[in-house]
Design a protein around this ligand. Structure first.
Ligand SMILES: Nc1ncnc2c1ncn2[C@@H]1O[C@H](COP(=O)(O)OP(=O)(O)OP(=O)(O)O)[C@@H](O)[C@H]1O
Length: 606
């Protein structure tokens, strides 16, 4: 159905009282201001940059302060399924209006390229439209509602869903990620934007390691349009493994996965932003939150890891030696955040270790480093695999509620555009969401779990059932099993290594640009091998170059090489050492990795 374009004339609230013609259509808002000289200035707010809108009504509280409330006719993004919330909201707008005006607030995050020091970033902009053409508040509010519904319809149309679609996302939050601020970051920085977009979600806070993996493995996912990790790459790794070990992994793998980077490494979030040309610093949380709302996703390669006793699925890296040692041994400095890696790198450089073993790999056929990286891989025909189960702890479900009535002493007349450069804390709280909603959210917490009205018994009963099952499923490829010899097409290298580190994303951490040429779905594992004998200064250059992607020599040399492969095997000769998958330590011993192109989907920025 063709959506109707809306136009109207507003007057700006500044002294000049300019006339502003406002148009809303599939491209977004066009604001055409007419200045005194008869010339007009046009500003466009792209629909892609708009996350949502709200009708606002103004009332006075007992102390005479102005209050901004959302209209009762709109739905709350985080409404509980009991319906109590809706009743409470209806009550909140039954009051006397001295002013018959109704307001529409439109929330947008616009790319600002002219910011100080040439930093490109998104700025929050609120377009405020005041409707007062009619004599009664009811009529003005109906008009504001019409604009609100039209914004929603255009947004829904651009995202490819109808108003009736359930778009709930499942959020898993690791309160121990990074320096332990994930919960605060989520409430202060993510929830306000999700609320602006009326994006509903169920939040589950992890209780221990492997909680997210088991939770996702058994959770009914039918009603979710996405699964989001609020934490580090380790949490995402758990979600990925839970998803691919489900009996219905073939269908479940199509649910887009997202990440809000609250960990210490954050390689995935950085890689997504990099590959999609979105700014990451200085606002990685905002960028990642907008990505959750974009409605866009892209296929992502997954690497299947075989060990003697387990199968794992990896999205980022496999490591043995120096980088893994730094990653894991620096855990004791976790409270320092990303700095922990720098400090431990220096320490390990001074006390350098080497490891004996065998590395075998299957080079990517006729691969040309410069020209071939752009071509996307053909997806493999996927097969099921079987592996062992583990036992589970009890889980609960949860969701949020939020308040929708915010105190304010100031609001803008008629039309105004406000961005976060000139926006005070006061004006941020001026909109319908506020820190108040965060507080009410915290009050609903019981032992770090947010209770869901919808499916309280669902995960628990499924978990009980899952305890009975002995086998898990997941995709397989065509490589030999670990106990079979490698085929003759594989290259075998034996000796003493400083490290073997394989990666399939551009960034291993927010400041570690490990494989500049990597793409999300190129079907390539880039394996970097550093042999014993390398000088400390060469190694220092390598480690220092990792932040700019200049660490690997243009041509492979005796000590350092990078090889594009589709499978590899590591067989350590010693019994001790550190092996990591996606930055998480795994059991030490022989390991085989195989590329499974485009097996899952990750949320991508617009
Ligand atoms: N509630 C919890 N308590 C303790 N550990 C947890 C909890 N939830 C998850 N974990 C574990 O914490 C580890 C680290 O988590 P996460 O990846 O989120 O943060 P990080 O390690 O700081 O970030 P990154 O992986 O990006 O470096 C993971 O191995 C995960 O299994």
């Amino acid at each position: 159905m063709e959506l109707e374009e809306l136009t109207d004339i507003f007057y700006t609230s500044d002294k000049k009282g300019q006339v502003c013609r406002v148009k809303l259509n599939a491209s977004g808002f066009t604001l055409q201001r007419e200045s005194t000289g008869g010339r007009s200035r046009e500003q466009v707010i792209d629909l892609n940059d708009i996350v949502g809108s709200r009708c606002i009504v103004v009332k006075k509280d007992r102390r005479g302060c102005s209050m901004l409330c959302t209209s009762a006719m709109q739905t709350d993004g985080n409404r509980s399924d009991s319906g109590d919330d809706t009743k409470r909201k209806s009550n909140s707008v039954t009051f006397e209006h001295k002013d018959a005006s109704a307001y529409l607030y439109v929330f947008a995050y616009i790319l600002n390229k002219k910011h100080l020091r040439n930093i490109i970033r998104r700025e929050r902009t609120v377009l405020k439209l005041r409707f007062r053409s009619f004599d009664t508040f009811g009529d003005n509010m109906r008009e504001a509602e019409r604009w609100y519904q039209t914004v929603r319809a255009f947004k829904g149309h651009s995202l490819g869903h109808s108003d009736t679609d359930e778009r709930r996302i499942l959020v898993l939050l690791n309160p121990k990620s990074g320096s332990g601020k994930a919960r605060e970051i989520f409430n202060r920085q993510v929830v306000p934007v999700l609320n602006e977009a009326e994006q509903s979600y169920d939040l589950h806070v992890t209780k221990h390691a492997n909680y997210a993996r088991e939770f996702i493995r058994v959770k009914i996912l039918d009603n979710y349009s996405g699964i989001v990790a609020v934490g580090g790459d380790g949490l995402f790794f758990e979600i990925l493994n839970g998803l691919l070990m489900r009996a219905d992994w073939m269908e479940a793998r199509n649910i887009p996965l997202g990440i809000v980077p609250c960990g210490s490494g954050n390689g995935l979030a950085r890689s997504i932003a990099h590959v999609c040309g979105e700014p990451y610093e200085p606002k990685p949380i905002l960028g990642a939150t907008l990505t959750l709302l974009s409605g866009k996703s892209m296929p992502m390669d997954v690497v299947r890891i075989q060990q003697q006793n387990q199968i794992l699925y990896s999205f980022l890296s496999v490591g043995w030696g120096l980088i893994s040692d730094i990653d894991i041994e620096s855990e004791r400095l976790r409270s320092l955040g990303y700095q922990r890696f720098t400090i431990w790198t220096l320490h390990r450089l001074i006390s350098l270790r080497t490891y004996r073993g065998k590395v075998s790999y299957l080079p990517k056929e006729s691969f040309n480093m410069e020209s071939d990286t752009m071509s996307l891989a053909d997806p493999l025909p996927l097969k099921h695999s079987r592996s062992c189960n583990t036992c589970l702890d009890k889980l609960h479900n949860g969701c949020f509620q939020s308040t929708d009535c915010i105190e304010t002493s100031k609001y803008y007349d008629v039309i105004s555009l406000q961005n976060s450069i000139n926006q005070s804390l006061q004006s941020r709280c001026d909109s319908w969401f506020s820190p108040a909603s965060c507080r009410s959210t915290y009050h609903s917490v019981s032992e770090s779990i947010y209770h869901s009205v919808a499916d309280e018994s669902d995960a628990e009963s499924r978990l009980q059932l899952s305890n009975l099952s002995v086998h898990l499923c997941g995709p397989t490829g065509s490589a030999p099993t670990l106990d079979e010899p490698v085929p003759s097409t594989w290259v075998v290298e034996e000796g003493e290594f400083v490290m073997v580190h394989a990666a399939y994303q551009t960034h291993l951490g927010s400041d570690c640009y490990f494989v500049p040429q990597a793409k999300f779905n190129d079907g390539i594992i880039y394996i970097v091998i550093i042999r014993s004998g390398i000088s400390r200064s060469q190694l220092l250059n390598f480690l220092m170059g990792m932040s700019s992607g200049t660490h690997v020599p243009i041509t492979n040399n005796e000590y350092v090489k990078m090889v594009p492969v589709t499978a590899f095997r590591i067989e350590p000769y010693d019994n001790e050492g550190i092996l990591t998958v996606d930055g998480e330590r795994i059991e030490f011993g022989p390991l085989q990795a195989e590329m499974l192109p485009g097996v899952v989907h990750v949320m991508a920025p617009k």
